[in-house]
Write a protein that binds this ligand. Structure first.
Ligand SMILES: [Zn+2]
Length: 88
């Protein structure tokens, strides 16, 4: 069984604002034909999708998501951001 299929699905990142508080968390997902998905829980695990009060950006690839986080002027959750700066 080949696992190459996985490569057809680009990772997508969405930055969401948490309701009632100045916190911004990153949600990981996949690009699909209809747009992109995002996981139920943020990368850091501290925010749920239901707690979102809106997207700062959505469906960005890793590289552009990293740049947009840096440019947004918002204080994006460090635990979420560290995803972009650790290699594993
Ligand atoms: Zn976070």
């Amino acid at each position: 069984m080949l696992l190459n299929l996985e490569l057809n699905y680009m990772e997508a990142y969405t930055l969401k604002k948490k309701k009632g508080i100045e916190e911004y968390h990153l949600f990981e997902g996949r690009m699909t034909a209809e747009g992109c998905t995002s996981k139920q829980v943020s990368v850091c695990g501290k925010m749920n999708k239901e707690e979102s009060s809106g997207n700062i950006f959505a469906c960005e690839e890793e590289d552009s998501a990293r740049k947009k986080c840096a440019k947004t002027g918002k204080t994006v959750c460090l635990d979420c951001i560290s995803r972009f700066y650790t290699s594993y």
